[in-house]
Ligand binder design. Structure first.
Ligand code: SF4
Length: 356
């Protein structure tokens, strides 16, 4: 951290302590990269003891259902070259991960983007399926490919999730309550700040923020300031990147290619209107329409894995009996331990109180 940031950070931390009410405060974020910043820089150690900074379902590979991974493995074993992001490779499906399926002979390749998969399809006669996972951040590039007519041997196994409906489900869950929400910076570059207004109208301050330690500290400070003033607004700390209406071009592409649909979040369950489905006019590029996918019984989480509780801020990774024993980044047993955006992964890598 730069000297100037350290000085400013100290000031912000002092202000946070000075604004802290005489009661417990619970602030939740829904972004794996925010959790990485918080754990890596030990931000929880700087905050008042009665302020909890909680982690929600912000890791896209963690919430990708085991059923969709099983479908991807079926396709790679029986129908096509399955192309996916590196982060997905070791996420456990019901019986195995894509990595294990590849060792077993399945045709799985890693790519950085959907465009790599389109290029692969252009250079082969074999069918190519891209495993399209992620939030509003990655969905527009998949939509753009569909709208620009990819090769006939290309299709997408779609597994996109939408963040605001998941936030809605969290806030509406009677088992947990929050004083404020830190909204995800990357997702907000696409959707803007307007979709969070409904939370503010119900008395929950929402701050869109970036990924530097100072960004996260400012977000906490801004929530406490609103609480002190008895207000709840959507504020944009990340105005260097995020605009109120988001990226209209990306939103238009998504509307052209996808319908909003109910979606299953791993460990959490079905959330209304929280996913995307490929529009019927693009059905020839929809892997679920193109192939007869047959999978066995789905095991969402393996016995003992508490990812469902971790993803809904009802438990910390350390509450899981398998954390660091049966389940480590080298040998992940549950989905939250695989990716650098996973809460369990970050708590194992940096410790509860961070490295720096
Ligand atoms: S430590 Fe592993 S098994 Fe436990 S909740 Fe996290 S990912 Fe699941």
């Amino acid at each position: 951290m730069e000297f100037r940031d350290k000085v400013l950070g100290k000031k912000v931390v002092r202000l946070i302590h000075s604004l802290m009410p005489d009661r417990a405060v619970r602030i939740i974020h829904v972004c794996g990269t925010h959790e990485q910043t918080i754990t890596k820089y030990g931000l929880r150690t700087l905050l008042p003891k009665n302020l909890e900074l909680l982690s929600g379902p912000g890791c896209p590979v963690c919430v990708t259902p085991a059923k969709d991974i099983d479908e991807a493995i079926f396709l790679a074993k029986n129908c096509a070259t399955l192309v996916t992001y590196g982060d997905m490779m070791r996420v456990p499906g019901s019986d195995m991960s894509l990595d294990e399926a590849r060792s077993d002979g399945a045709d799985v390749k890693v790519a950085y983007s959907v465009n790599d998969a389109v290029r692969m399809a252009s250079n082969t006669k074999k069918d190519v399926v891209f495993f399209g996972i992620g939030f509003e951040t990655t969905a527009p590039s998949n939509a753009a490919v569909l709208c620009n007519r990819p090769p006939d041997n290309f299709s997408i196994l779609l597994s996109h999730k939408l963040v605001p409906p998941a936030m809605e489900a969290l806030v509406g869950d009677g088992d947990v309550s929050f004083d404020g929400v830190i909204a995800p910076g990357h997702v907000s570059t696409i959707i803007g700040t307007v979709p969070y207004e409904s939370f503010a109208e119900r008395g929950i301050p929402v701050i869109v923020t970036g990924f530097e330690p100072l960004d996260v500290l400012f977000a906490v400070l801004m929530i406490l300031k609103q609480m002190k003033e008895g207000q709840s607004r959507v504020e944009n700390e990340y105005s260097r990147v995020v605009f109120a209406n988001g990226n209209i071009k990306a939103q238009t592409l998504m509307i052209e290619a996808f319908d909003v649909a109910d979606a299953y979040w791993r460990g959490i369950g079905e959330v209304a209107n929280s996913g995307l489905a490929i529009k019927p006019m693009f059905s020839q590029f929809d892997a679920r329409e193109k192939y007869d996918i047959a999978i066995g019984e789905v095991q969402d989480l393996h016995p003992g894995c508490s990812c469902g509780l971790v993803l809904t801020a009802k438990a910390t990774p350390e509450d899981c009996k398998l954390f660091g024993k049966v389940c480590t980044p080298e040998k992940p047993y549950g989905p939250c331990m695989v990716s650098k955006e996973g809460t369990c992964h970050n708590w194992w890598k940096y410790g509860r109180y961070g490295l720096e």
